[in-house]
Design a protein around this ligand. Structure first.
Ligand code: PMP
Ligand code: GLU
Length: 421
């Protein structure tokens, strides 16, 4: 099968690349556009799905998307919304009913005190991060991004003309940025920090004390924090969750919280995410929405109300399944020669360290980077994983274990066999 690489993206057929680079006779596109890369997670996921559709026995660990179906009570609420003709535009930043449900859920789960006017609902948490950056960042402003980071943050910062300042959190430090590292990275141009807790791709969770130290720096040095807490419901081993905005009023006023229903409620395709912020910031974000998305999908909003206000036992069942999968994948991975991982406390990702494989030739393929590894692994073992070169961690490969135990076993068996080649 022919493979070619376009930036971080592997595409199945080099032919498409030729089309993309065909003779351009029109004016250049915007300079910002030229620097924005496609999402590697989404590209790998669609490649794996396409291979599967082509009848190839590929096992996908690419996109972080729960394999569970949306719970029935939520689907029924969506169906009822259609029956009841809830099929029109809503206010740009979401219905009052959904905003109230979000406030209630956040009060219950995260000890947060927001009113509906501070909530901004949009078409996914990803878009919420985008409009949060739009609200804060002028061209040339610096945004601090702890690495490893979720691939979209880097591109989103670039999309608003910001300058990403990457601070590397080493594996030996549990992939967590310290307050000292943050302090050293701040300059007069720093506008904001993007914090992701629990983290995609590392699965690591900051303790309350670690967050307090980071928050002190943010307040003292006067920077905003975009705190993406979309995985807050997926914590293991009884690990406690602290929301950044719950650390005090001075922290809350400079925080834009990001959350959504995609992960906890297995609702990725419904496209509902939300942000919570100071009233003034929320208003600016809402203005942006009124001219861009118009409003989030009315049907999905009604379903999200059911998700947030309905029984939460399905959420807990999914969390338990993820925990069992994490235990299995971590143990298997650490028993295989040449690779290792630390045990994540949340989300549904494992970072596989491939430092020991670099320079080796496996199945005739030279492995000099995580991109090389993922390409060879997909080609020879039919397992789709994500190279962390796009996540600021070039010697790591991300596995999403939001897939069945059967697939995880198969993936680990294939990894073991592949590395013996
Ligand atoms: N934040 C993080 C850290 C994520 O991993 C994702 C996954 N796509 C998102 C935000 C976006 O979620 P969504 O747009 O589906 O709400
Ligand atoms: N957040 C998921 C991931 O990292 C879904 C894909 C995406 O939006 O990037 O794989």
């Amino acid at each position: 099968m022919p493979f070619c690489k376009l930036n971080h993206i592997m595409c199945k057929n080099g032919f498409y690349c030729l089309i993309a680079f065909g003779g351009i006779t029109v004016k250049e596109l915007a300079s910002i556009a030229a620097h924005v890369q496609a999402s590697s997670t989404m590209a790998i996921d669609s490649l794996a799905k396409q291979m599967k559709a082509d009848g190839i026995d590929v096992v996908g660990f690419g996109a972080g998307e729960p394999d569970f179906n949306t719970p029935d009570n939520i689907k029924e609420a969506g169906q009822k919304a259609i029956e009841d003709n809830i099929t029109r535009y809503t206010p740009a930043s979401g219905t009052v009913a959904l905003k109230q449900a979000i406030c209630d859920r956040m009060r219950l789960d995260c000890d947060l005190d927001y009113v509906p006017g501070q909530v901004v609902v949009s078409s996914g948490a990803k878009h919420c991060v985008y409009i949060a950056l739009r609200a804060l960042v002028d061209p040339g402003d610096e945004v601090i991004l702890p690495a490893p980071f979720w691939v979209s943050y880097l591109e989103l910062i670039k999309m608003v003309g910001g300058v990403p300042v990457v601070v590397t959190a080493e594996e030996s430090a549990g992939f967590k940025m310290t307050a000292e590292q943050l302090s050293a990275a701040i300059t007069p141009r720093t506008k904001a920090l993007i914090l992701n807790n629990p983290s995609n791709p590392t699965g690591m969770v900051y303790s309350r004390e670690e967050l307090e130290a980071i928050a002190r720096v943010c307040v003292e040095r006067d920077i905003y924090v975009i705190s993406d807490e979309i995985y807050y419901g997926l914590l293991y081993d009884g690990t406690a969750f602290t929301s950044f905005a719950a650390l005090g009023d001075d922290v809350k006023e400079r925080t834009i919280l990001i959350n959504g229903v995609s992960k906890s409620y297995a609702m990725t395709g419904w496209r509902i995410g939300y942000a919570m912020a100071d009233l003034k910031v929320a208003k600016v974000m809402s203005n942006f929405l009124s001219h861009s998305t118009g409003s989030p999908c009315a049907i999905s909003q009604a379903a999200s109300v059911a998700a947030l206000t309905g029984p939460q036992d399905t959420v807990e069942a999914m969390r338990q399944a993820f925990e069992a999968r994490r235990n299995y994948i971590v143990e298997r991975m650490n028993s295989i020669d040449g690779v290792s991982c630390i045990k994540p406390e949340g989300a549904f990702y494992v970072m596989m360290n491939i430092e020991k494989l670099l320079g080796r030739t496996i199945h005739g393929e030279k492995i000099n980077s995580s991109d090389d590894f993922c390409t060879a692994f997909l080609k020879h073992a039919l397992v789709a994983t994500v190279p962390c070169s796009g996540f600021g961690a070039p010697n790591f490969v991300r596995w999403s274990y939001a897939t069945s135990m059967e697939n995880i076993q198969k993936g680990m068996d294939r990894l073991e066999a592949f590395l013996q080649g």
